[in-house]
Write a protein of this length. Structure first.
Length: 136
């Protein structure tokens, strides 16, 4: 399993935004420059994160973006779901047709597997991601 580029960019964007928590608001253009992504891409990600209630956009003088709730209360699962939708490793869980569904003994177990994956991502907070670590 691999996250889409957009989900990856959302995690990176939220991590950067969280480092500005104490310093007020930050613009999407500033975030784009800070993380090295094209501004239109960051704007698209910011739009999804705002719609999901993870970022808040404030207009006017002194406006910009800020986290909609404390970084400790935002998880990687929240960010991924804001961009990708519910975390699911297979399409059959969402009711999509499957060629082997009539013989599948695993389908009843996918919700448990998906919940374990979501739980693992939910255990990682934005606070943890925002901590800059030295690369060895």
């Amino acid at each position: 399993m691999r996250l889409s580029n957009l989900a990856d960019y959302a995690v990176v964007t939220m991590s950067a935004a969280s480092r500005h928590c104490g310093g007020g608001r930050v613009s999407a253009a500033e975030l784009a420059q800070e993380i090295g992504l094209p501004a239109p891409t960051v704007q698209k990600v910011v739009s999804k994160l705002t719609a999901a209630g993870l970022l808040r956009s404030v207009r006017g003088a002194g406006g910009g973006l800020q986290l909609a709730r404390p970084a400790a209360a935002i998880s990687v699962a929240d960010i991924v779901e804001a961009v990708e939708g519910p975390i699911a490793l297979t399409a059959c869980v969402d009711g999509h047709d499957c060629a082997v569904e009539h013989n599948c003994t695993v389908k009843p177990h996918w919700p448990m597997i998906n919940q374990a994956l979501r739980g693992a991502l939910a255990d990682i907070s934005l606070t943890q991601l925002a901590q800059v670590k030295e690369i060895a």
